[in-house]
Design a protein. Sequence first.
Length: 213
Amino acid sequence: MSDVRVKICGLRDRTNLDAACEAGVAYVGFVFFPKSPRNVTIDEAADLALATKLGVAKVALVVDPTDELLDQITGNVPLDMIQLHGTETPERVAEVRSRYGLPVMKAIGLSGPEDTPQIDIYAKVADQLLIEPKAPKGSDRPGGNGVTLDWSLARRKYWTRPWMLAGGLNAGNVAQAVDYTGARQVDLSSGVESAPGVKDPDMIRAFMKAVQA
Ligand SMILES: O=C(O)c1ccccc1N[C@@H]1O[C@H](COP(=O)(O)O)[C@@H](O)[C@H]1O
């Protein structure tokens, strides 16, 4: 499992950013979504992005963003990727990709086999895909809910784009998740938190140890 690439999302402070980078993550994510306990301002994200270890990709997570918001983010935060985590259409994904000249990862929520055709639709326009469970009823955010995906939905034989497995991953289940699905990249937030929005450096290190075992 040692070559599995990890994205830790929702980082908000230097201590956890540094812990993630030192532990060997491939990506760090900054959340621009005011309803999330992981939301950061553009200034906060710019400081964190500038402090991110060289070689670690910096990802901006946005939910149905306006061009105005994306202009602000991309104009002020050095980034390597935009993660679209709302109800963006394939046309909007293509538009964002072309307007900002950055790779785009599209999150796709799956609750049953009827949702899996979305994977092929978005694979035509996005650089990467993020596969996760749909948000539970009543949640005010489309991701970051700590809910585990029905992994059988992601156990596909052939992917035309790089993809990340997400949803409820933690140090205790990541090995099984990777073995079962064949994922080569994983993304998580809640699984390295002591409370919603509060990352824990020891949990980050434990997760990375589990991935690298
Ligand atoms: O993290 C959030 O608050 C968030 C808000 C809005 C959209 C997506 C969000 N998080 C994404 O969901 C995955 C999985 O989260 P978890 O591990 O189940 O907590 C996370 O990595 C983000 O990419």
